[in-house]
Design a protein around this ligand. Sequence first.
Ligand code: ATP
Ligand code: MG
Length: 375
Amino acid sequence: MSAAQPLLTVDNLKKYFIRTKGFRKRVIGTVKAVDDASFHIDPGETLALVGESGSGKTTLGRSIIRAIEPTSGDIVYDFGGTKTDLTALDKRELKEFRRHLSIVFQDPFSSLNPRMNVMEIVGEPLVNYHAVKNRRQLADRVAELLDLVRLNPQYMARYPHAFSGGQRQRIAVARALALNPKFVVADEPVSALDVSVQAQVLNLLKELQARLDLTYLFVGHNLAVIEYVANRTAVMYVGRIAELGDTDEVFRNPLHPYTEALLSAVPKGDPDAARDRIVLTGDPADPANRPSGCFFHPRCRYAQKICREQEPPLNDFPSHGRQHLSACHFASELSLVGTGRGEPVAKAEARKSEAPTNRPGENGAGEKEAPITDG
Ligand SMILES: Nc1ncnc2c1ncn2[C@@H]1O[C@H](COP(=O)(O)OP(=O)(O)OP(=O)(O)O)[C@@H](O)[C@H]1O
Ligand SMILES: [Mg+2]
């Protein structure tokens, strides 16, 4: 995988929001939601973004497809040798290029327009991009897409309210794939779903990735989910990448105290393990008013003088020839604790949630919640 050129290369990406107050919109601060993020994503892989609420994951995910305008930085897509700098495109060029990029949102209850039926929802991008010539072609393509996400094409005339959460998310996935995109941002695609259907949707996303040669940026909170889906993981803290490496390495041998603290909060299924839990005191720093030095230092149990004074660079500590980045002054000195050598948390959790369910929603069935009503 690493032999190929990256599908996406992001350099020094920044997204700042100006915070204003009152009706005169007096500027009271700058929210540095994403600050100087640089990374790449290889073709066919899943890069996960993890971090506490407000760390900038959604902002980063949306900026790299220009769903929101980045403040500065380079975003270069390479589709088989043809490079496109996304930030250099004008409005018309951007619309044309955006057909290759897609997004799946967290909440399938608010992301699907309740007044549109499935045919209209899934077919909308096809109509917008004139990808079909007539209604017949539209219906055929929508049926194909529903089949792809294992929903019965006969449900095409129904409205979102007639579907369960998992089914709605599959409708959202069908819509996201309508134009055969190459790159998909999945922003917490299963966080709003019942645990019992999370694994179905995750498995569907994995299966579609292999079948359609998709590359994913996967935003998530749940480390078990991330370990299950992601080849590499980036940990974000207050708009900055704190750590980035192969998921296995980041989970087993974390190189940043923030990662260690996040990992220690994952339930280990062993009551004694609770004693090892590192309690993250205080809230994440405010991206509009960041601490001096390392942004994590006020919450870090290893913090030294240098951490309060100097911001650590994101350095590479390669393992087995693979990149492993950490922005910690003491990355090479600390022996941080990861998830250990036992069964990875995700596998155990995925087994638990997969076990009692049927095949992922065959013909729309297989989910216990909200049965299909007449539509
Ligand atoms: N449109 C906006 N205007 C002003 N500030 C914003 C805007 N969108 C996001 N922010 C701020 O940017 C920071 C990052 O927000 P973002 O939504 O990207 O975080 P996140 O990591 O996705 O969080 P969550 O896990 O809650 O989804 C937050 O401080 C947020 O308040
Ligand atoms: Mg978010």
